[in-house]
Design a protein around this ligand. Structure first.
Ligand code: HAM
Length: 420
């Protein structure tokens, strides 16, 4: 029988690279935990209607990329392509918005699924850490999220990233702009697909990467010139707060995101070392989403950072994270009696909070020491019949190679002290 392989567009996280993913998730979530965001976890699948209404029927994410299916019981479900709609659904369902302290600030970490054409940095199963601040319209909240993402990337040692910022207007000014843009686009020489997009989602046409389209867009009406006074003032305040925090950003009036729920502030984090899949993260304000999925008016803002692409960005910059060896002490027994005694010592070490591992499988000294080396542990414990007869074990400093006898009764406390 052939062996199985991971499905197309997916890959397995295995040591040692998997440790980098854990460290990246930790680094992204640390500033959120430190800023009042509580952890939320939602199911990997939802009612398909949630995404159709929330993310938008006309988006590629919903119309082309969603893993939608019918269950044996006849439910129409979809693997989640993104987290925002689910998190808002969960907050509404639990009535978090009624508890009296808005905004509700939540962070999450998980797997997302999009049936995209796989390429470097673009997968069908990928991982995000995200944050949503639900139920407040306050430019400081938009600024907070952008500043925290910047802090997360910097704490990892990333440097070659840029923050692109735009405002998409609100339900007052955007429809006026949309019409003006449509009128402009209808006069252009476009293929049928793009013509359809002009009618359904004209802002996305601005994002078209093809030069024959870009060439024709010179002179297109820009949203900036249509923003209402309230949106303009809001955006200026967001910009001022980010600037005051010393976070560099670029105004990008062509920035349009691939999800329909955005209003006002939108932003993307792009990295210079990733080729065409350059967005390492993105987000923005979604003041209308709650109502779109049947909730009350709850202006909100959030982002999601792609863990896979953040890891690729670290690799592109040659940043090696300082990940401490998982094991501090590696025990090597020589003989049956030593196996029993050292296994007991390892158990005691673990209970005392010292990361310890053991040479299993009855290996000889040479093979066992090779494993001890590979584990990265700074100390090895070796014991044979003669040591036990004397009531000692050999404690080896793996870096200096120095080895000495330590009484069995004190070895745990000595190692604890050394590793503290
Ligand atoms: P998004 O821009 O679709 O936004 O995804 C955010 C990030 O997830 C991207 O910048 C990218 O790093 C990563 N990503 C997306 N698709 C893939 C893929 N196929 N393979 C690898 N990485 C991928 C959202 O998902 C919104 N929910 C963000 C948000 C939160 N807006 C407001 N709150």
């Amino acid at each position: 029988m052939n062996t199985f392989q991971a499905p197309r567009g997916t890959y397995d996280l295995i040591p040692p690279r998997s440790a980098v993913f854990l460290a990246v998730r930790e680094a992204i979530s640390a500033p959120l935990k430190n800023s009042g965001y509580g952890y939320v976890e939602t199911p990997g699948f939802e009612n398909v209607e949630l995404f159709a209404r929330g993310v938008g029927e006309s988006t590629d994410i919903v119309s082309k990329e969603m893993y939608a299916f019918e269950t044996k019981g006849g439910d129409q479900l979809a693997l989640r392509p993104e987290g925002t709609a689910s998190v808002l659904r969960a907050a509404l369902e639990a009535n978090l918005h009624k508890a009296g302290n808005l905004p509700v600030k939540l962070w999450y970490s998980g797997s997302y699924y999009r049936y995209e054409k796989p390429q470097a940095g673009r997968y069908r199963h990928f991982s995000q850490v995200g944050a949503e601040a639900i139920g407040a319209e306050d430019p400081a909240l938009d600024a907070e999220l952008i500043i925290l993402a910047d802090q997360a990337y910097r704490s990892l040692g990333l440097r070659d990233f840029r923050i692109l910022l735009n405002s998409l207007g609100d339900k007052e000014c955007r429809p006026v702009y949309r019409e003006a843009l449509q009128a402009f686009l209808r006069d252009l020489d476009l293929d049928e697909d793009t013509r359809r997009r002009v009618e359904i989602n004209p802002l996305r046409v601005l994002d078209d990467k093809r030069s024959e389209v870009q060439k024709q867009l010179t002179g297109a009406p820009m949203l900036r010139d249509y923003l209402c006074d309230a949106c303009k003032a809001y955006h200026e305040e967001v910009r001022a707060l980010i600037t005051a925090a010393g976070v560099a950003f670029e105004d990008d009036e062509k920035l349009v995101r691939g999800l329909d729920y955005y209003t006002r502030t939108t932003f993307e984090f792009v990295h210079g070392g990733l080729g065409s899949q350059s967005a390492v993260g993105g987000g923005g304000r979604y003041d209308g989403l709650s109502e779109m999925i049947g909730g009350p008016a709850l202006p909100s803002v959030g982002w999601a950072l792609g863990v896979d692409r953040t890891v690729l960005a670290l690799e592109a910059e040659g940043v090696v994270l300082d990940i401490p060896a998982a094991t501090s002490v590696y025990a090597v027994p020589l003989g049956e009696e030593a196996r029993r005694v050292l296994f007991g010592v390892v158990t005691e070490l673990r209970r005392a909070g010292v990361a310890a591992d053991f040479s299993y499988g009855g290996k000889g000294l040479k093979g066992a020491m090779k494993n001890a080396n590979r584990s990265g542990a700074p100390y090895a414990l070796v014991a044979g019949e003669r040591d036990l007869a004397e009531g000692v074990v050999q404690l080896k400093d793996m870096e200096s190679g120095e080895q000495r006898s330590v009484p069995l009764e004190t070895v745990v406390s000595e190692l604890r002290a050394k590793l503290a």
